[in-house]
Design a binder for this molecule. Sequence first.
Ligand SMILES: [Zn+2]
Ligand SMILES: [Zn+2]
Length: 410
Amino acid sequence: MDRRLVVDLHTHSRFAIGCSSALTLESLSRGAWAKGIDVLATGDFTHPAWLAELKSGLKPVEEGVFESALGCQFVLGAEVASIWSAGGRGRRVHSLLLAPGFPAVDRFNARLAKYTRLESDGRPMTKLSAGELARMAWDVDERFVVMPAHVWTPWYGMYGSKSGFDSIEECFGEASSGIRAIETGLSSDPAMNWRFSDLDGRVILSFSDAHSPANLGREVTMLDADASYESIRTAIECGGVLETVEFFPEHGKYHLDGHSKCGVRLLPAESAATDGRCAQCGRLITLGVVNRVEQLADKPEYVSRASDGLIRGPEGRPPFRRIVPLEELIAWGLGTRRVTKGVQKVYSTLLGEFGNELSILIGVPEADLEAVGAGVGYDIARAIIAVRKGRVQIDPGYDGAYGTVTPILD
Ligand SMILES: [Zn+2]
Ligand SMILES: [Zn+2]
């Protein structure tokens, strides 16, 4: 039985602050098709204008799953920022929500509207704690899925260095038993998360948190599920993950420590030797994801890498693999920026040949890639194969600056 559902459940609309004005149902649908995603979250269901577009532009196909005019399947998703005080410190934690249908969304939004202006941001801020938010969602409908987003990122992650906690229980309180899954975020990967016993028995998921259509699918999760809300929810909450597809964690913008304005990048051991301030300008440095993982992890790293590109860990944990977005590989090969006509041309040629980006990056056999690769201006096939084999040069991200990961060609 081949049941494999590729999902990207952390997305946004153009109504979320910091997100591209190009994020419409149409561009999300086209993006999902190009990337090879079966089900996308809508993002931002708390926003009245976006919700109105969702209601008019999506038609139900299954309980809790909807289809756009272009035939892309969606579930209703949102992200909410909790900003409150606990343990004598200000806390900021982003939570991802999935809702079973529009009536549940309407009831949830009516409750949430008492605590925030929903129309001000597609990712609304509330003084409700993460635990209160989760309980409110389950009070509306127990089928809501609630999980902490990008858990290790410094500013808004549940374990983040700036305003996070040391455990799920500390963050979510009574609601913690209902938190069955977490999102790793771009700067950490499953292997880092396997090291922390707080996550034992919880499901580790990866999504793109795309702020533009081009970034959809830069991380995805493959579920053993079919395209219905209950099946997706069960897979998320009961561990029906086949594999996750990951950014190289160093590619993420909060991997190491430092102060990006000054170009000061530090390993955890180096930042421990400072007084928490940048040696150049004296401002506070930002402690990244590796630093927090090392503080909290209580198990050694354990991974084994197989020739199929999958990275496996402890018993019971699904494997994962690492990718570099195809447009970045093309741009690197052509020696140009990602958003250029030249890159788009090669990208479209490859999509025309092989269907979608995920197939190209992880599925298409090497010989087929090689047959086309040389025809697109430079040998993209060799770059893709190098990344599949982990032959890459890495310049890690820190303090909001993305890292770079480039293939090493033989
Ligand atoms: Zn977030
Ligand atoms: Zn500085």
